[in-house]
Ligand binder design. Structure first.
Ligand code: 9MR
Length: 366
């Protein structure tokens, strides 16, 4: 992945800010976090990932952009972002046939101003669908045409602005059967191939992904995707990648055979991305849990780095200041590599060390 001037200028401004802070006798801002000698800001996670041909990103939700300290650090540390909510169906087509890209565009504009690439998320999902869609009593033909129209409009709007699309999100159950979402119930499983074809027709260049959670380990759910993607490829359906969300929890154990699992999808001739990484714990956090979390972040990073076609890692937010976890899993949290005050946690150091080792190896080979 070539380094863009935007990346270079970010390095420059971080170093300048650190130098200015030192001159003024101020502690460096968290965004700068200069090295121990105070002369040079540590490379960002994205700069390290970029040296291996990958990106390192963080999702962002629109309200978080108003937190300028947070948005600035996101813009300087990361090379990629994913819209947490604003490209979902309820946001983009709140009334039938009426498209609203205001919120999604806000993310794209922010990303462009910071030199970040954007992952589109998501064209179809069983959640965050508008009421007009879920309350309708559609025939298969009607729903197919609504789905086609939605995908065509959204992908066309973001053509050239997003690099990847999560075309279908969370379409499998834990046991590897299809989730009984409105599309499956009304149309049957053919909606998946059709969705991919319609997305491809609207943008020949964007990378088209299936995306899900609990697919990081080898097991019934990831097996189902493996079989499905193999068949889609054999049928000539455009599928470019598989997204492993990686919403992990310390109390659930580390996903079994993560690296091998990434590798087997890559061996199908597709890319793999870690798309929504976070590692939650039962609160309160303590030194031992944070150390274990750091170890897991390092392991996930190394698993991706070990597979050539693992193209990048996105965390689902980056700081415990803004995270979906406490609202969804009461009593759990502390899932991200930066704490609520935007200070590095041990997890940050583990990710940075893993990326740095791979970047140095890459440098030696070239
Ligand atoms: O982060 C999103 C959160 O703000 C929303 O309330 C939630 C609604 O279900 O969706 C969250 O993002 C999800 C993502 O779109 C798909 N994978 C799981 C994520 C966490 O729930």
């Amino acid at each position: 992945m070539p380094r863009t001037p935007a990346h270079r200028s970010r390095v420059g401004s971080a170093a300048l800010a650190a130098a200015a802070a030192l001159l003024l006798g101020l502690a460096p801002a968290p965004a700068a976090q200069a090295g121990a000698d105070g002369e040079k800001a540590a490379p960002t996670l994205h700069e390290l990932a970029d040296r291996t041909g990958r990106y390192f990103g963080s999702a962002v939700d629109n309200p978080e952009l108003a937190d300028t300290e947070y948005a600035n650090l996101l813009g300087s540390e990361f090379g990629q972002t994913t819209a947490g909510n604003s490209m979902k169906w309820d946001a983009t087509e709140p009334r039938r046939g009426e498209f609203d890209f205001t919120q999604g565009d806000e993310i794209v504009n922010y990303a462009q101003s910071k030199g970040l690439s954007v992952r589109g998320h998501t064209l179809l999902w069983h959640q965050q669908l508008p009421d007009w869609l879920t309350s309708g009593n559609w025939t298969a033909d009607e729903l197919r045409s609504l789905l086609k129209n939605h995908i065509t409009n959204v992908v066309t709007h973001y053509k050239g602005k997003v690099v990847h699309w999560d075309v279908a999100n969370e379409i499998m159950n834990e046991d590897g059967t299809y989730r009984e979402n409105i599309f499956y119930k009304t149309i049957g499983p053919s909606y998946v191939a059709d969705a991919l074809r319609w997305a491809r027709a609207a943008d020949p260049d964007v990378k088209l992904y299936l995306n899900d959670y609990n697919v990081e380990a080898v097991g019934a759910k990831s097996d189902a995707y493996y079989t499905l993607i193999k068949r889609l490829k054999a049928d000539g359906v455009p599928v470019d990648g598989f997204g492993m969300q990686a919403h992990l929890a310390l109390q659930n154990g580390f996903p079994n055979q993560l690296r091998q699992n990434i590798q087997r999808f890559a061996d199908l001739g597709i890319d793999v991305a870690i798309t929504e990484l976070d590692i939650r714990m039962i609160l309160p956090s303590d030194t031992a849990k944070l150390a274990r979390q750091a170890d897991w972040y390092g392991q996930v990073t190394r698993a991706c780095l070990a597979v050539e076609r693992c193209v990048g890692i996105t965390t689902w937010g980056y700081s415990d200041r803004h995270s979906w976890i406490p609202g969804t899993f009461p009593g759990e949290g502390a899932a991200l590599p930066w704490d609520e005050n935007l200070r590095h946690k041990p997890a940050y150091d583990a990710i940075s060390a893993a990326l740095s080792a791979a970047a140095k190896k890459e440098d030696r080979q070239h």
